[in-house]
Design a binder for this molecule. Structure first.
Ligand code: NAD
Length: 478
């Protein structure tokens, strides 16, 4: 079946084909069509026409909500197939993929409920004959560009609010993991989305992503991915003054005070960083531990990290899957080499696994470095892999300073049994999400996004809807 969906039809496109690789064993999972320049143009113009002249603009918000609810029901129906595809494509475990599908379903339901709830507001003009209203309207044609680590999840955070707000869109998933994005578009089609409202084009950033961000008929680009790509997209969008919302990387502090329960701190520090082999934008890659607990925690985390079972994401016994690609593993190995060259102490890992059944795939052992300092690349840069660095602190002030000592500002956590301190640290950290005595949970109703160089937008929650809206002021002199 063709892989591109343009103006309500599945087409093969003129950009040739590309193999999608299974990171577990480097086999070819599927060969998918790639968009050529003419396909990119057609997709944008289809979205433009659907927005400007199609019936979509007259579809009431409640009906858009009903469409999203149908998609949620279809996700429940197809959960098994979608989760399996996500695991094959990304390498993450089935447990994680199932959670992703559940979370995606919840996001569709959340925006189904929110669609049309905000009718705008009336502003007091102080003049009896003048009515002033501010009404939300869709922004127009949105380009949605997503990364490879949470392909379906990141896309849902964009598609659901963009539809709730009444926009039309062109989706460009990561060329590394495009399969579940195509499945989601099939469900949108089945749920009855009109032709041209949702389009998907496959291909890499240079030949498909960049032309979309430069296209004059596009009103907005919503992007999730790396910092350098985000900067390029902001520059590319400047000429046509598009709205640009970027969700970028993170270098997230996980701060543990010595009054925290030791076992809990160990358990959560491990899942904070090694979930999905560290390929999580909000992963707790910097463990920052109070002096009194530091040595014991490092030793126990090293012991437990060595026990983590790597394996095929499809096997229920696997705790962590492979890295997404050979190129990404090479990047991780480069970070490990640079950390060792800069004098970090390797506690555990720093190597590929020895098991014969893991040799074909892109596996790398969970790795922990202690005795690191702030100038090291492995501490400053987002490695996006299974590397934990451990720093130490003496008091609250130093913990906050270390936690904020990064150009990023996506997420962080604080662990303490002193609730006053927990609240003070949470407020002082300049990160978009702060967990107190927890790590990783999020909910569709609460905003997600970055301070500083982790981004300029917010997804989820009511702000995640407002990102896809214009706010028009109507001054009515009656
Ligand atoms: P990436 O920046 O390499 O690619 C992301 C997407 O951008 C892909 O679809 C790619 O094809 C496209 N792209 C590349 N160059 C482009 C260009 N010039 N113009 C337009 N599109 C272009 O990122 P990645 O390696 O796929 O994903 C990993 C990154 O994503 C990490 O930095 C991670 O932190 C970040 N991320 C952030 C969040 C968040 O919520 N803030 C969530 C997930 C991932």
């Amino acid at each position: 079946m063709p892989s591109l969906f343009v103006d309500g039809a599945w087409i093969s496109g003129s950009g040739g084909t590309a193999d999608v690789i299974n990171p577990f064993d480097a086999s070819v999972l599927e060969t998918v069509d790639q968009a050529g320049p003419d396909d990119v143009d057609r997709a944008v113009l289809a979205a433009r026409a659907a927005f400007d002249t199609g019936p979509w603009r007259r579809v009431p918000a409640a009906e858009r909500g009903a469409l999203l609810r149908r998609v949620a029901d279809l996700l429940v129906r197809d959960k098994k197939e979608i989760a399996r595809t996500e695991t094959l494509d990304t390498g993450k475990t089935l447990v994680e993929s199932r959670i992703d599908v559940d979370d995606v379903t919840a996001v569709f339901r959340y925006y189904a409920d929110l669609a049309g709830k905000d009718a705008g507001r009336v502003v007091d003009t102080g003049q009896a004959h003048v009515l002033s209203r501010v009404v939300p309207e869709p922004i127009g044609v949105c380009v949605l560009i997503t990364p490879w680590n949470y392909p379906l999840l990141q896309l849902s955070w964009k598609v659901a609010p963009a539809i709730a707000a009444g926009n039309t869109m062109v989706i460009k998933p990561s060329e590394v993991t495009p399969l579940t994005s195509v499945l989601l578009v099939r469900l949108l089609e089945e749920a009855g989305v009109p032709a041209g409202v949702v389009n998907i084009v496959l291909g890499d950033g240079r030949s498909v992503g960049a032309p979309l961000t430069e296209h004059p008929a596009v009103d907005m680009v919503s992007f999730t991915g790396g910092l350098a790509t985000g900067q390029a997209i902001i520059r590319a969008s400047a000429a046509t003054v598009k709205r640009v919302a970027v969700e970028l990387g993170g270098k997230n502090p996980n701060i543990v005070f010595a009054d925290t329960d030791f076992e809990t701190a160990v358990d959560y520090a491990l899942t904070a960083v090694f979930l999905h082999s560290g390929q999580v934008c909000s992963g707790g890659a910097r463990l920052i531990v109070q002096d009194e607990m530091h040595d014991d925690l490092v030793a126990e985390i090293g012991r437990r990290a060595e026990l983590i079972r790597l394996g095929n994401g499809l096997d229920e016994g696997s705790e962590v899957g492979p890295l997404v690609s050979a190129a990404h593993r090479a990047k991780i190995e480069d970070y490990v080499a640079s950390a060792q060259a800069e004098g970090a102490r390797l506690v555990v890992g720093g190597r590929r696994p020895e098991e014969p059944e893991l040799q074909k795939g892109f596996f790398y052992r969970p790795t922990v470095f202690a005795d690191v300092h702030r100038e090291m690349r492995v501490v400053r840069e987002e490695t996006f892999g299974p590397i934990l660095t451990v720093e130490r602190f003496a008091d609250e002030e130093e913990a906050i300073a270390l936690g904020n000592d990064t150009e990023y500002g996506l997420a962080g956590a604080v662990w303490t049994s002193d609730m006053g301190r927990a609240e003070r640290v949470a407020r002082a950290l300049r990160h978009g999400t702060v967990w107190i005595n927890d790590y990783h949970p999020y909910i569709p109703g609460a905003e997600w996004g970055g301070f500083k160089r982790s981004g300029n937008g917010r997804e989820l929650g009511p702000t995640g809807l407002a990102e896809y809206q214009e706010h028009k002021h109507i001054w009515h002199n009656t």
